[in-house]
Design a protein around this ligand. Structure first.
Ligand code: MN
Length: 491
């Protein structure tokens, strides 16, 4: 057994049972044998790759099944092991996971025409909704491959980098894995856009150098003040991920002006309780003046649809604007690792009540994962693959806004969505009977472009049974478009 695997086992022992540790060891030995004599393109032993994938999965605190699947994920495709053999050694659960990861790997996400692309995404989603661990192992696989992307031919580098930016990073984001999304993007960016990457790196170098100096001072000041209030906190500085900055620079409102970006650097305050979050917020605003136009965004009271929670505020401090994010430790874990963290907390909870189900390890989407369920639902509803592609590309993977119902439910809509889109997102009857809308208590036209944070109230006319055809001129979601078009065809 390699030294590196021994180190990994020590980390696994902290949160896994002895039985599971033994199974993981068995999976490693099996993978080592299957890949014996194989080398990666960079000349290293092949086993370094599955081991690297397993290390990533352990750092996300994933379950024994995921770790085993990570170790075994290439034994069928590259190690010549049959699924039957795998089933005999490790059982149905693990075999299905490995098979799922292999199948996703075979899917060519950038097909030559739209139909192939759609079909592939469809397959991927089916696999994914069946057991989300498949996608987590695949994300770890991609993450590890990006680290050694430089050894591949230029064309392949570009394809993998683009696929990462267009499919895997948005998937990670949708699963609430913000930190992993940022890292995947930053690893792919130099390969996908080499010139723009070099330029941005050069443009921001001196800024980041100064910022990391300043952040040390802020950190000291903030910590000192928190301590006097009796709050134990961890304060970290964080730089905005480079690719995320790149995307923001190209938004029309920013128009490549780096001075318009206020979260280039942020200070993150991690405390123990929600109450302490608000105490810390008061303290921060006492120290530094908040920036009026940006305001406080309280994602604790109103979480984002992917479950993200934190308080964000932008303040003036020493001649610059910095963003401050306040959250509890649990929120922090969830913001970084998304569903992986949800799973971990659920597991810890079950451990306390000694639930035997924990051994089953089935990983179904939770209510926070409604996006995944929605995709599966759409897939059933939509017949034409062109339409499916459009709904995926333009609804699911593009820029989103978050608006609220009067009751405070959050709705996740594409940018420029209108009250009609909102109404159909709530319920198709509400859409059909929609006669007017109020946004933040003010009457607006039905073609009003909604913005994040607004409260939308739909006024209905019970006698109205049909949507208006001219709504098709301004609706943004495929859902609304489809429902409206249905009435036209049936009349
Ligand atoms: Mn692999």
């Amino acid at each position: 057994m390699t030294e590196r695997f021994k180190n990994l086992l020590n980390k696994i022992k902290v949160y896994q049972s002895i039985e599971n540790v033994t199974l993981i060891e068995k999976a490693f030995v099996f993978a080592q044998k299957a890949h014996e004599g194989q080398k990666r393109i960079n000349g290293k032993d092949f086993i370094v790759h599955p081991l690297g994938v397993a290390e990533i999965l352990v750092s996300w605190h994933l379950d024994a099944g995921s770790i085993m699947a990570g170790l075994l994920h290439d034994v069928v495709e590259d190690g010549g092991v049959t699924l039957e053999r795998l089933g005999k050694e490790f059982g149905k659960d693990i075999t299905q996971l490995v098979n799922g990861v292999t199948k996703i790997g075979e899917i060519k996400l950038r097909g030559t025409d739209d139909d192939i692309f759609v079909e592939n995404l469809r397959k991927m989603i089916v696999v994914m909704a069946h057991d989300l661990r498949v996608i987590l192992v695949k994300l770890a696989d991609r993450y590890h491959n990006l680290k050694t992307l430089y050894v591949l031919p230029l064309e392949k580098q570009k394809r993998i980098a683009k696929e990462t930016l267009e499919v895997y990073a948005p998937l990670a984001e949708r699963l609430g894995m913000g930190e992993i999304k940022g890292q995947l993007e930053d690893m792919a960016f130099p390969y996908a856009e080499p010139e723009k990457y070099k330029h941005l790196k050069k443009q921001t170098a001196s800024y980041y150098k100064q910022a990391s100096e300043d952040i040390k001072d802020f950190k000291r000041e903030v910590l000192k003040n928190l301590v006097t209030k009796g709050i134990k906190a961890q304060v970290n500085g964080r730089q905005k991920h480079l690719y995320s900055l790149f995307k923001k620079l190209y938004r029309p409102k920013v128009n490549k002006d780096i001075n318009k970006i206020y979260d280039l650097m942020a200070l993150r305050i991690i405390v123990n309780t929600i109450e302490e979050c608000y105490i810390a917020l008061g303290l921060i605003h006492n120290l530094y003046k908040p920036v009026p136009s940006v305001g406080v965004r309280d994602f604790i009271a109103q979480p984002k649809p992917n479950g993200y929670q934190s308080i964000h505020t932008n303040v003036f401090a020493r001649g610059r604007i910095i963003e401050i994010q306040i959250r509890t430790r649990k929120m922090h874990e969830e913001a970084e690792n998304g569903i992986a963290a949800h799973w971990y907390y659920a597991q810890q909870k079950m451990k306390k009540v000694d639930n035997p189900q924990i051994k089953v390890g089935f990983f179904a989407p939770t209510e926070k994962m409604s996006w995944v369920n929605e995709l599966v639902q759409w897939q059933k509803e939509i017949v034409g693959s062109k339409e499916f592609l459009d709904s995926l590309k333009f609804d699911a993977l593009n820029h989103r806004i978050f608006v609220f119902s009067p009751k405070g439910d959050v709705y996740d809509l594409p940018a420029d969505a209108t009250p009609v889109d909102f109404a159909y997102a709530v319920h198709s009857d509400l859409g059909d009977q929609c006669a007017g809308a109020k946004v933040d208590g003010r009457m607006v036209g039905l073609d009003f472009k909604l913005k994040s944070g607004q409260v939308v109230e739909i006024l209905t006319d019970k006698n109205k049974k049909k949507p208006s055809t001219d709504w098709l001129n301004f609706v943004m979601t495929q859902q609304a478009r489809r429902k409206i078009a249905k009435h036209i065809h049936s009349s």
